[in-house]
Design a protein around this ligand. Structure first.
Ligand SMILES: CC(C)c1onc(-c2c(Cl)cccc2Cl)c1COc1ccc(-c2ccc3c(C(=O)O)c[nH]c3c2)cc1
Length: 229
């Protein structure tokens, strides 16, 4: 059974997760009609920059996050941004976001200078997330668990992060049992996605390098969070 304070915790996280979304006018830009690789890259850069801003606002609402050491807060954001964006864009692909413009987003990602070798794992991940049919509480909590990963580079007080992450893991485990009684492995499968996210994060570092080799520019916020340029 989920305790009263665990219910309150979920409510805070889910409301923050739903409140902080990419603004409509930014998401709508995906619909404009230029489809060159350059245009696609620029649009995806704009989406990623907007998503990072949304992510920063969301993390401020994670109970206990703001009481962590300041530098550790930054280390957690830098270490989890790519994974959180894979999760968020995965929800767009599993048609959870009406204004996600799924087909257009896929088209632009496929034609933005990302090499084939990263496309397959990326779209396999999107498919595997879609097959989970996560409810919005599970999506919000899984993103929170990703952000609260203690062993990111440069995190000093890993214990403090671990304590926060365990609180979220406990309530997610209970929720999975309640939401998916017919599938006792569901919680384990959700956590398995986090392992897949780490692999994608490594691929992403290589994607960044190949973009930069071809002289693609990123925004100051993305340079900051991804330590590029
Ligand atoms: C710098 C650029 C080229 C880049 O580098 N790596 C990646 C990248 C890629 Cl290509 C795939 C996965 C992760 C990353 Cl960082 C990207 C593009 O990243 C994103 C990030 C986030 C969205 C995204 C989020 C939410 C919503 C949404 C809603 O919430 O309603 C509606 N539309 C959405 C779109 C799209 C693309």
């Amino acid at each position: 059974e989920i305790t009263k304070e665990q219910q309150a915790l979920v409510k805070v996280v889910v409301e923050a997760y739903n409140r902080h979304q990419i603004p409509q006018d930014v998401a709508k830009k995906l619909l404009q009609d230029q489809y060159s690789a350059e245009e696609n890259f620029l649009l995806l850069t704009e989406m990623a920059t907007s998503q990072v801003q949304v992510l920063v606002e969301f993390t401020k609402n994670i109970p206990g996050f703001l009481s962590l050491d300041r530098e550790d807060q930054i280390a957690l954001l830098k270490g989890s941004a790519v994974e959180a964006m894979f999760l968020r864009s995965a929800q767009v692909f599993s048609k959870k976001m009406p204004n996600g413009h799924t087909e257009v987003l896929e088209e632009r990602i496929r034609k933005s200078g990302i090499s084939e070798e990263f496309m397959t794992p990326m779209f396999n991940f999107y498919k595997s997330i879609g097959e989970l049919h996560m409810v919005e509480e599970e999506q919000a909590l899984l993103t929170t668990i990703t952000i609260l990963t203690p062993d990111r580079p440069y995190v000093k007080d890993q214990q403090a992060v671990e304590r926060l992450q365990e609180t979220i893991l406990d309530v997610l485990r209970k929720m999975c049992v309640l939401q998916h009684p017919q599938d006792p492995q569901y919680f384990a499968r959700l956590l398995g996605r986090l392992t897949e996210l780490r692999t994608l994060s490594h691929y992403h570092a290589e994607m960044l390098t190949s973009w930069r080799v071809n002289d693609h520019k990123f925004t100051p916020l993305l340079c900051e969070i991804w330590d590029v340029q």
